[in-house]
Design a protein around this ligand. Sequence first.
Ligand SMILES: Nc1ncnc2c1ncn2[C@@H]1O[C@H](COP(=O)(O)OP(=O)(O)OP(=O)(O)O)[C@@H](O)[C@H]1O
Length: 915
Amino acid sequence: MALEAVSSSLPVLALLNDIVFPASQVTISVPRSFASYLSRIVKNEDGQPPLVAASPALNSGPNLQYQDVQLSEWACAARIVRFVRPTPLSPNSCIVTLAGVARVQLEKPLPSPSRLHTLPLHVVHYPAPSTGKSISEPAAETFRSAASRLVDQLDAESRARRGRAGTVEWKRLKAIIEDSEAEKTPWVADILMAVITTIPWQDRIQMLSTLSPSDRLKLATSLLSKQASIAEVSHKISSAVDENLTKQQKEYYLRQQLQAIQRELAELNRPGAKSKTGAVGSSKSENDSTSAEFDEEGDETEYFADLRSKIEKMAVGSEERKMGVKEYRRLKRIPAGSVEQGVIRTYLEWLTSLPWPESENDKETQSLAVLQDPKFLAKAREQLDSDHFGLDTIKRRLIEYLAVLRLKALKQAEEANRASESTIVASGEAPRTSATDPQPKETVVKKHPVIRTKGPILLLVGPPGSGKTSVASSLAKALNRPFHRISLGGVRDEAEIRGHRRTYVASGPGTIVTAMSKVQRPDPVILLDEIDKVGHASHQGDPASALLEVLDPEQNVSFKDHYINVPLDLSQVIFIATANSLESISEPLLDRCEVIRLSGYTYDEKIQIARKFLLPKQLEANGLSADRLTITEKAYEHIASYYTREAGVRSLERAIGSIARWKAVEWSNFSQQNRAKGERDYNPVVDVDDLEPILGVPRWDPQEREREERKGLVYGLVVSGQGEGAVLPVETIMTSGSGKLRLTGSLGEVIRESGEIALSWVKAHAYTLGITNSETQDLMKEPHPIDIHLHLPSGAVKKDGPSAGVALVCAFVSLLTGLTVSKYIAMTGETTLRGRVTAVGGIKEKVLGAHREGICKVILPRSNRKDVEHDVPAEIMSKMEFVYVSRVEEALEAAFGPGVLNSGHRLAGQVESRL
Ligand SMILES: Nc1ncnc2c1ncn2[C@@H]1O[C@H](COP(=O)(O)OP(=O)(O)OP(=O)(O)O)[C@@H](O)[C@H]1O
């Protein structure tokens, strides 16, 4: 007897995101509005859980609302096995658990979406049980194997995601699949369709609407195998990704996606641009060319090709090339945009920017050609003369240096040629350079020799603005080499010279490598400015010792910067150092240098420099032609003596610069407003009277010197830390006390000792000098016990050295005798206990300083006479008096006047009244 379809009326429960299949159990959440209708249904039933027709939405989606639902005609009659009303924890929804019973078909027309929350009663038809062919074992087996495969995959996936706890469900399901009889497999298929939510929604709806068990099994088998394959592939990908994907690679993929999205967006924007009328064609081509210009991919390819070609130019087998290749390969492996890629890029950019040997042969030839020129020395002298006034000794010394450099270069070139000739003769053929050449490239004889500048480093010492930097730059011009200045003032950290290791965050190369990269030549002239201001060993390393390595010809062939980490040959570089004074330069560093002194200029020299060099320079810098500014001789003199008082010409240059700017403004105003009217003539001449409005009130007044003539006050001569000579007052006073000597004014050990020596000498000769009345009288105790206080002003400036000896003796004698020394007399010289006056240094600086300060007579050690005659300009020699002394008594006589201090002349009056 054929089984008939049955109809009944059931409340319809719309399912938005779940499907209930017969034999499956599903828990869903429904809005609060369903609660009252659901509870009515649940209450009405007697004993049995109530039945509803659970009908899935055909148009399921994440934002689907009940009023938009299109219900599926096929639904599942399901029992409400659990119903939870809204709770305080979840006030807006209730929970319903449905147990599927059988497929049902809703009668048409389907319930209206607007009433779904009322769970409207609707006629449903239970289809007649299928009488079709039974399930074959092979079909069942195929289903089991597909289902097991998929469940295994899902099991593995959930294990990976949630650990062991998540695996139980799938294991039970697998057991059900494997144990199911053939006839039951369509029911198992229904369960799987309910549970495996990754199967597409429409496929699951199709399963719900398929009545024939065999058809259902077939459909389920195909859906499950498809799903298993997908799961397998995605599992493979994700495990591969998990294994290989570092954080940076993930970042890379994300960036790639971002780029793709940006490209898509750009595409979207393009049609809009096209739709514009008129100049569409031209604007498009413009856009295209702009986008090509900024095309990142193109840029990248070009960047890598460029980098590669630079590495390829490095000598085969060299360390730099090996390092370049290694880092280049790493760079290619690392995802774009990652931090590490940035680090490697920066490194490679530095590495390839350096002038490595053999990649720059043409430039080596260039520098050799300059030296080979027979007129090289004459041209060099011409260059030095055209850039600087005076400095004859310095220029002569520089020419000697260049002559030696030239001879060495010629010799090296000759030797290299001879070596290459003998190689050719020995092999009996020309050197092979073809592509098939079996000889490795490293052993090929170099065409051009490397000219090593082995020799002393020139150290130019002198006060600021005396022309050290500009002399070095002239030398570079004469050699036709690039010039680079490295300022070492205040360098405390060794890494500033030698770079930071690459492991250090924000690391970079040191100043030497930076210089080499900038000049792009292996043989530049590098000026190490203010080498005396380099810091010494500290916790930040020892910059001075790093400099030693740079300057030592034995070591600088392979200078290793910490960042670049490949030895760099600095042997062709000409290093010139500058310093203001030699005192703070370490012995080993000084040992590698040849000192050339620039002592500053006299007034006349300064005026000549100003007229011939500084004015033309400032005219050009300020856009004025020569006929727009003329400074009178008197004005120059006035500037030099009233506005600037320095050994060099820096302030003078600044003052001339101010005048030039003033005149530039005047000329512009005049040319704009007055020229047409002819109201006022522009006056290019600047005279003494014009200076005050331009330069302000004079800083110095030579007539009103602060110096004075007082008892116990004399003037010594010093060379400051800046290398400038100056006059230093030596002040002494006496107070009642206990016979002590007090020394103040930031004095060093040596100068303190000089003070004691001087006082001892005065005490020993007190009777002869007329200070005491008897040989045995102690001047510090009788007639009254006294203390002497000696002070050297400018207490903030450290002072040391023995050269104040003579001045100290004179100061004590003046204090104790009451006689004064003229304020136009200054002195220098070391004294011994026996009263000998010995030689001191810095004579030229001291004499120039004394001249600037208006001193007329200088007392000096006799052994320094040669320095005065050799170094001091004739113009000053003629204007000042020099008294050379070899004993303290001679110095006293020169200071106080002949015969004033002698044994016959008792200075009892002064002695009595000295307090
Ligand atoms: N003998 C000279 N002839 C022409 N110009 C000079 C002379 N000496 C110095 N100058 C000029 O003076 C200016 C300052 O000189 P420079 O910068 O070389 O001084 P420096 O000794 O290096 O000073 P610092 O110790 O402060 O570095 C430059 O413009 C330079 O051209």
